[in-house]
Write a protein that binds this ligand. Structure first.
Ligand SMILES: NC(=O)c1ccc[n+]([C@@H]2O[C@H](COP(=O)([O-])OP(=O)(O)OC[C@H]3O[C@@H](n4cnc5c(N)ncnc54)[C@H](OP(=O)(O)O)[C@@H]3O)[C@@H](O)[C@H]2O)c1
Length: 292
């Protein structure tokens, strides 16, 4: 099987490279020089040249705050190009896994979101990712969309790495305590995707939206506390960092984020037998620099 992974240099792209290392499949990792999602008009030609049997779209416009000022570019990357990929995959009978976000929800729920819950994104990023979900499934109902959340890894930039950097510079940090979600290790998303690709290729599966995220919900404040506890335990930080909880109103950002974006992963477990991300175990490995 020839598998094309877009977004080769992102957190998920790099974790996909790890999990597909030494696989029997021919996996092509495309950075933006090879497949540029800001140019949907060229996607079909690129895919005609590459001829994948399966596409995993790990590329996205992920700068949540910056997207508020660049909605057209975010739309091209998060919706128009995924639609072009879906159309090509549909016409060429290729599998397609597209990745989306918990930020399609407005955060007013009081229990974990299931896939059929109403969406209502509060940011440009969330709106363009939702638009991507809709056009992908319209173009190709067999496509699989994986909504994930609060992604961290040893690669790229993410909350864990930001906390470790700030913790090395300061003794005290203020972190938002009224946004709750599920941290997710990108390596676990990559392993789940590999599992799903093999199952879809083997016996086919229903297209649609599936949730995959970490198994325990926390606030950003609690997440930060756990990062520093792991850093202390592994000798990465030799001092205590005091984390002060603050409300979102004390940390204004251009994009409005959901207060509660916990996702239920029951459908993923039922459909693919894939367990949610054991993110606390992964955090320990990421902080200590030892691969899970
Ligand atoms: N990060 C999170 O907390 C989070 C939460 C929920 C859902 N997600 C979703 O999970 C998926 C993977 O996210 P991630 O954390 O791995 O993101 P990431 O680390 O920011 O990586 C995104 C990748 O997309 C690439 N990209 C951006 N614009 C592109 C373009 N015009 N053409 C081609 N590639 C382009 C980037 O390329 P460069 O390396 O060249 O910049 C980068 O490699 C995305 O669909 C994202 O929406 C992420």
């Amino acid at each position: 099987m020839k598998i094309l992974v877009t977004g080769a240099n992102g957190q998920l792209g790099k974790c996909l490279a790890d999990v597909f290392q030494a696989s029997e499949h021919d996996v092509v990792f495309a950075d933006r020089a090879l497949v540029d999602l800001s140019e949907p008009e060229h996607i079909c030609q690129k895919l005609d040249n590459l001829k994948p049997d399966f596409v995993i779209n790990a590329a996205a416009y992920t700068a949540v705050d910056k997207a508020e000022a660049e909605p057209e570019l975010a739309q091209l990357i998060n919706a128009s190009s995924p639609e072009a990929i879906a159309l090509w995959c549909s016409a060429n009978k290729a599998g397609f896994i597209h990745v989306s976000t918990d930020y399609v929800f407005d955060g007013t729920a009081t229990r974990p979101y299931v896939e059929t819950d109403s969406v209502n994104p509060t940011s440009v990023y969330g709106k363009t990712k939702l638009a991507g979900e809709i056009v992908v499934l319209q173009a190709y109902p067999a496509a699989i969309i994986i909504r994930t959340a609060w992604v961290f890894s040893e690669y790229g930039s993410n909350f864990v790495k930001t906390m470790l950097r700030l913790g090395a510079q300061r003794d005290e940090l203020k972190v938002v305590a009224d946004q709750v979600g599920c941290p997710t290790y990108a390596g676990d998303i990559a392993a789940a995707i590999k599992d799903i690709v093999l199952k879809v290729a083997d016996s086919g599966r229903d297209g649609g939206v599936y949730h995959f995220c970490g198994d325990k919900a926390v606030s950003w404040f609690e997440f930060a506390q756990q990062v520093f506890a792991a850093a202390k335990e592994h000798g990465v930080l030799l001092k205590d960092v005091v984390v002060q909880p603050i409300p979102t109103s004390e940390y204004p950002t251009p994009a409005r984020r959901p207060a509660f974006s916990v996702l239920s992963t029951a459908k993923m477990l039922d459909s693919f037998g894939v367990l949610p991300s054991d993110w606390q175990n992964a955090l320990s490995h990421v902080v200590s620099g030892v691969r899970p």
